[in-house]
Write a protein that binds this ligand. Structure first.
Ligand code: NAD
Length: 336
């Protein structure tokens, strides 16, 4: 079996590539990735020379690159996207072209081929902010940011390709992931690495925004479960029910690192910031999936990973202009 993983040099994609290759000792994996600021070949370093792994440096918006990457492929996992909400507020063009047009190019490439399954990776952010009850997959979409709006458009395109062309599409919509190899602009790696260097942790607004946290390895298992057992043309929410406020999570990170809460800086809130994400994951639980790791074990393990992979994140934070310019644009004017 040969699989295509788009965006496989990013955070979840690279974790998923490792997951796929270790769960099936006969499969082949090809990664198509444009290596944007968020893509990092170091995430796949250990796979160099592995005859079951190949990498194509290409863009999901490029029809020829997509066609080449689909040679002999039976299963597609589509992760490639622009993913950072704050960046989508600073400028959204790449979000529209990659997330919407890129998904369309990939769907078109798959349409006429005998693809066994196309798994589209979506996000819970498409539902907008929740009140008390978790959103089911049938909830009305109400995205708040250019990022989530572009992801909603991509989900709908993928589902339309199933209805119109019988492309065997399944969709996952997961909550906030965390774990190894996450680009250090996202909350958990940003805060862990800032605290490690005794630098301020910028908390948006009052920090009372609630998020459901999902360990990346549990998400990889969920994606695989949906790919294998999910009903074609169906969406599956992926979440754990471990809901924390951003402030509580920040305090827990500082506690685990033995650092002072004086590092916390409340900064002006993000425009359109959703207060709460909650999911009803009954549909996925019925397929037999459940998270394997508790939140506290997974958070502890993640912090240990960043502690022992300082060169990885320092290489990004200190050497990549894409991180420094973004950090200055995002937090400089907010006084951090
Ligand atoms: N991180 C989360 O918490 C989370 C939660 C729910 C859903 N998701 C979704 O999961 C997927 C992966 O997220 P992530 O956090 O790993 O993202 P990431 O930003 O870490 O990685 C994205 C990858 O896509 C690649 N890419 C970007 N534009 C491309 C293009 N035009 N062509 C080819 N490759 C391109 C990048 O180089 C990078 O390797 C995304 O679709 C995202 O919307 C993420």
């Amino acid at each position: 079996m040969k699989y295509l993983v788009t965006g496989g040099a990013g955070f979840i994609g690279s974790n998923f590539v490792h997951f796929l290759l270790s769960r099936d000792s006969t499969c082949e994996v090809v990664v198509l990735d444009a290596l944007t600021y968020a893509g990092n070949l170091e995430n796949l370093d250990d796979l160099k020379g592995n005859p079951r792994f190949s990498f194509i440096h290409g863009d999901v918006r490029d029809r020829e690159a997509v066609a080449g990457s689909l040679e002999g492929v039976e299963g597609v996992f589509h992760f490639a996207a622009e993913t950072h909400v704050d960046r989508s507020i600073l400028g959204s063009s790449e979000f529209i072209t990659t997330n919407v047009l890129g998904t369309h190019t990939l769907l078109e490439g798959c349409r006429t081929r005998g693809i066994r399954r196309f798994l589209h990776v979506g996000t819970d952010e498409v539902y907008g902010s929740a009140e008390e009850v978790g959103f089911p997959e049938t909830a009305v979409l109400a995205p708040s940011s250019p990022y989530s709006a572009s992801k909603a458009a991509a989900d709908l395109l993928a589902l339309a390709y199933h209805k119109t062309y019988q492309l065997p599409v399944v969709v996952t919509r997961s909550s906030n992931n965390f774990g190894p190899y996450q680009f250090p602009e996202k909350m958990i790696p940003l805060f862990v690495t800032q605290a490690a260097e005794n630098r301020p942790l910028p908390v948006y607004g009052d920090g009372m925004q609630k998020r459901d946290w999902l360990y990346v390895e549990d998400n990889c298992e969920a994606i695989w479960t949906v790919y294998e057992k999910g009903e074609i043309g169906t969406i599956y929410n992926v979440g754990t029910g471990t809901v924390l406020t951003n402030l509580a999570l920040t305090r827990e990170i500082l506690r685990l690192l033995g650092k002072s809460e004086t590092l916390i800086r409340h900064v002006e809130d993000r425009p359109g910031h959703d207060r709460c994400y909650l999911l009803d994951c009954t549909r996925l639980f019925r397929l037999g999936w459940a998270p394997r790791q508790s939140f506290s074990e997974a958070l502890f393990g993640t912090i240990e990973w960043y502690k022992t992979h300082e060169a990885w994140w320092k290489g990004i934070k200190e050497k990549k202009a894409s991180f420094q310019q973004y950090y200055e644009a995002q937090y400089g004017k907010r006084g951090v």
